[in-house]
Design a binder for this molecule. Structure first.
Ligand SMILES: Nc1ncnc2c1ncn2[C@@H]1O[C@H](COP(=O)(O)OP(=O)(O)OP(=O)(O)O)[C@@H](O)[C@H]1O
Ligand SMILES: [Mg+2]
Length: 458
């Protein structure tokens, strides 16, 4: 075999005799040798060896392990898929285990048994090859599961939604997206815009729930200079800014009644007047709106205008909750793991089996947003290669151990139910208390007792 075609093995070892001995032992590989941290790192950068054998005792600390660990961590930060086999002194089991916890693949004890080390190294190469192949496959699979450019799903319920969005994108009808918090309403609205003939023009979003009632009108319709105190210069509203593009009215159920009338007029006549202005300005924009509220119920109660509803909802798209999308919680967890690990903690590689079970069985009241937040926090906090159920702040699956006693069991249930209620109420303490059938002060007390914080939007 040509030297260049051989898989690369880097030996990091400061003992020259041992270097020579090891170099001879590995005929199947292209062997590189480094005797300290700096040259080892240089070689990893330049040659990207699949497997590294690493002596933990390197100069300037040949009798300790500090240099070895620093080298281990730097290599894994540079090339997380490198398989590192560490060599420890006789009886140094503790450093060996610490190395594994830090991401080393395996360890062996000096004095070196060449045959035994040869086996470990060969298995490391095999595993590296399999993992690489897996990653390539997974990336391809990932592509297939990407819809509308940005959404990840493999669930038929969600693929159906995507197909509907793609179909209606081409026609200038108004679209209403109905879905619980965190189900991806905004992402779908953007996907719709990007799939529509208006994609070259602006996507303008306004969250009607986030803007105080008295400012919402100015925000939507704009105002002329001097229209009210503080109106120092003419300002275009969001509707006008969306000319040629798409206007996304988020949380449309929160528009106060008197403004609903004005919005309806715009939808009927397609012209607006800025506050304090007399000129009718024609605006050509595509309307997409979203809400997590039950508008039909609001219509019955008289807090949402039926005529406005029909203008906004020429097409209604119901977005399933994450729990209703079979298999998606795991798929999305993997997606977010790759994404956040790449950005923030490349050491993290996957999940423990208990974490996967917990992800699968958790009801995800805050949907994809909750999953994304938990994953981000877990990746930042994780101090091992695999994310655990605890990192995710989820209890392990059904096989989890029995609590020590009834009191502990009750506490555990209290915690879980309170967390779910908080998530469902989007951290609104009053609503959460109502859901739980207890008073607000009681909920506060319980949260204090269990050290629970509203955490969804963290
Ligand atoms: N299918 C998906 N694939 C990948 N990321 C997703 C998916 N669905 C949602 N997200 C991400 O989850 C987060 C929440 O999505 P989005 O803001 O679109 O939801 P929403 O329904 O508007 O939520 P809210 O009601 O809280 O406003 C975003 O960061 C979004 O990028
Ligand atoms: Mg939203």
């Amino acid at each position: 075999m040509n030297q260049a075609d051989k898989p690369k093995l880097l030996i990091v070892e400061d003992d020259e005799g041992l270097q020579r001995q090891l170099r001879w032992a590995y005929d199947d590989y292209e062997v590189l040798v480094a005797s300290d941290r700096a040259s080892a790192i240089d070689m990893v950068r330049a040659a990207e060896p699949a497997v590294v054998t690493l002596d933990l005792g390197l100069p300037p600390d040949p009798d300790g392990v500090s240099e070895g660990f620093a080298t281990l961590e730097t290599i894994l930060a540079l090339k997380p898929d490198t398989k590192i086999v560490v060599a420890t002194g006789h009886g140094a089991r503790e450093s060996a285990l610490r190395a594994i916890a830090s991401g080393a693949y395996d360890y062996y004890q000096k004095p070196v048994d060449i045959d035994q080390l040869g086996l470990i190294v060969r298995r490391a190469f095999q595993l590296h090859g399999i993992e690489g192949e897996n990653r390539r496959l997974e990336e391809r699979v990932g592509d297939d599961r990407m819809i509308l450019g940005t959404m990840i799903t493999a669930a038929p319920e969600m693929l159906k939604v995507a197909r509907t969005i793609e179909r209606v994108a081409n026609v200038d009808v108004s679209v209403m997206l109905l879905g619980a918090s965190g189900t991806g309403k905004e992402l779908l609205a953007k996907g719709l815009h990007a799939a529509s003939p208006r994609r070259e023009r602006g996507f303008v979003a306004i969250n009607c729930a986030a803007i105080p009632e008295n400012l919402l009108e100015a925000e939507l319709f704009g105002y002329e200079k001097g229209a009210f105190t503080g109106a120092v210069k003419m300002t275009e509203g969001k509707i006008e800014l969306a000319e040629g593009g798409t206007l996304f009215l988020d949380e449309v159920g929160d528009i106060p009644l008197q403004l609903q009338v004005k919005l309806l007029r715009f939808l009927q006549e397609r012209v607006i007047e800025r506050i304090g202005g007399r000129k009718a300005i024609p605006v050509d924009t595509r309307i997409v709106c979203a809400t997590h509220q039950n508008l039909e119920e609001m219509i019955r109660q008289g807090s949402f205008r039926e005529d406005l509803y029909y203008r906004l909802a020429e097409i209604v798209v119901k977005i399933p909750t994450l729990a209703e999308r079979h298999g998606d919680s795991i798929l999305l967890a993997k997606h977010f793991l790759h994404k956040f690990a790449k950005e923030m903690n490349p050491l993290v590689k996957g999940f423990t089996p208990a974490a996967l079970a917990a992800i699968n069985s958790w009801p995800w009241p805050g949907n994809v947003r909750e999953l994304e937040n938990r994953m981000k926090r877990a990746v930042i906090m994780a101090d091992a290669k695999l994310i655990s159920a605890e990192d995710l702040d989820l209890e392990a699956g059904p096989e989890r151990a029995l609590p020590v006693n009834l009191k502990a069991a009750r506490e555990e249930t209290d915690r879980r139910v309170i967390r779910q209620a908080l998530a469902k109420a989007e951290d609104n303490i009053s609503s959460a208390a109502k859901l739980l059938g207890i008073s607000r002060p009681t909920l506060y007390d319980l949260m204090k007792q269990y050290d629970l914080q509203p955490s969804l939007k963290a």
